[in-house]
Design a protein around this ligand. Sequence first.
Ligand code: ZN
Length: 244
Amino acid sequence: MRYLIIGDIHGNLAAFEAVLQDVEAKGEFDEIWCLGDIVGYGPEPRGCIELLRRYKHTSIAGNHDWAAIGRIDISDFNPDAAMACRWTANQLTAEDTNYLQNLPLTLERDDFTLVHGSPRQPIWEYLLSVNRAHANFNYFDTSFCFVGHSHIPLVFGQDKVGTCFETRIFDELRLSLESNRLIINPGSVGQPRDGDPRASYAIYNSSAQIIRHYRVDYDVASTQKKMMEHGLPLSLVFRLNYGR
Ligand code: ZN
């Protein structure tokens, strides 16, 4: 089975479509595993939910998904994120809201746990340091865990004696050769923050036991144009140029 692993689409339909095109050009895939934040920031929240739902998929909830349906307080959001969140909430239909409402916080598939932020705090915690990763290896039972939320592709590992390590760049992980437990972030489809503006995703091939990480160009300008038409904050528009 081939699984498309995506997260943090953030209402950026052009980026999501580019990822799907890129994956389909590489061959068939069986299912999407989505790591949350389908909506928030971007100009097409409904289009992203609808496109995801056309595929066989499983998804967990992210903080922006919950914020858009009023399930968490946005007073912790910065003013631009809060504005985008209120705009997003106004776009959603009752069916979209119902879909987001029913997303779980964590899922286990095969030997993977799926969470948005971290196993310890599925909605809120950013996993960006070895110290935090180290603590989080105690909060899931599977060998591997996919996370999103930071929008930065990276891998944390824990070896047999409990020592943790981090690698920011990964093209390919051969799980069959790994004796380590891993926490893997495939990066963000719709708002990358690692300095590379291209959409980021991974493919997990379960029979080969390989995870590959990919980047793909998309039409950034078309997303930006729609954001400006909707009056979304310029800081959110411009950061797409830089992947920051
Ligand atoms: Zn996000």
